[in-house]
Design a protein around this ligand. Structure first.
Ligand code: KIV
Length: 272
């Protein structure tokens, strides 16, 4: 799609059920991001994401969306200690996690690691620009690329990581001009988040798009209000329970249109 000039769409996803619906919608890439730390586990920073949990979530997403490209984030410290450990952890995302590609937040100093992963047969997406795993160092989620020096560094990082074998680049929260320079200097597809509309693909955190987060970033306008829908469905459910209308088989309130689907749609077996 990138070479045809057709923008592609990526969304984060952390579970099989949601993955099934996103695959039905035709979303091109599902990213099992370390934002699962915030969206699933309730932490305030992505660096709290446990490796084993993210691998398990990745496998769930791929089982829910077997025909969609699933990209897994390598969490904080899963690729920083030794290259051997990094390679092993990346491999686990492909074998246990069923991922198609791993993503790591990187600058040019990670080029030898990316090269080693590539030699081992692991497709890598290099995440450049603002890198949320640096949060403890930067004192918060601070965007970068605003000074000429930072901009030049981001372009150099992207070039070095592509040369090392990265098959995909992701750029986060940089000025549009920096994105334009990266696009000029590299040849692999570039996914953007808060980096302007020029990248080949765009990714957003699903919960922001669906209106489930209270304070989405300015570049992630909600395009649905599922938070309010969930709240209202839960309130309706409570009303039905209090009216003793839940628990019987004949009540239309418990018969959803989707529950009549086949096994491949994720319908659960019913007990007779
Ligand atoms: O972890 C994540 O969800 C990400 C996106 C925000 C790009 O890396």
């Amino acid at each position: 799609m990138a070479s045809a000039g057709e923008p592609f769409a990526a969304l984060t996803c952390y579970d099989a059920t949601t993955a099934r619906w996103l695959e039905r919608a035709g979303v091109h890439v599902l990213l099992v991001g370390d934002t699962a730390a915030e969206m699933v586990l309730g932490y305030s920073r992505t660096i709290d994401m446990p490796l084993d949990v993210l691998i398990a979530l990745t496998a769930g997403v791929k089982r829910g969306a077997p025909s969609t490209v699933v990209m897994a984030d390598m969490p904080f410290l899963s690729y920083h200690t030794t290259d051997d450990a990094a390679l092993k952890n990346a491999g686990r995302f492909l074998t246990e996690g069923l991922a198609d590609i791993v993503k790591l937040e990187a600058d040019a100093s990670f080029a030898p690691l990316v090269s080693r992963m590539t030699r081992a047969g692991i497709p890598v997406c290099a995440h450049v620009g603002t890198r949320p795993q640096q949060v403890a160092l930067t004192g918060g989620y601070v965007s970068t690329g605003k000074t000429p020096k930072q901009a030049a560094q981001i372009v150099a990082d992207a070039v070095a990581l592509e040369q090392a074998g990265a098959v995909l680049l992701l750029i986060e929260a940089v000025p549009d001009a920096v994105t334009a320079e990266v696009l000029q200097a590299t040849t692999v597809p570039l996914i953007g988040i808060g980096a302007g509309s020029a990248p080949h693909g765009q990714v957003l955190v699903l919960q922001d798009v669906l209106g489930l987060t209270d304070n989405p970033p300015p570049f992630a306008r909600p395009i649905a209000q599922l938070g309010a829908s969930i709240q209202s469905a839960a309130e309706n459910f409570m009303q039905l329970v209090s009216n003793r209308r839940i628990g019987t088989r004949s009540d239309p309130a418990v018969q959803s249109p989707q529950s009549a689907g086949s096994a491949s749609t994720g319908a659960r077996p019913s007990t007779n």
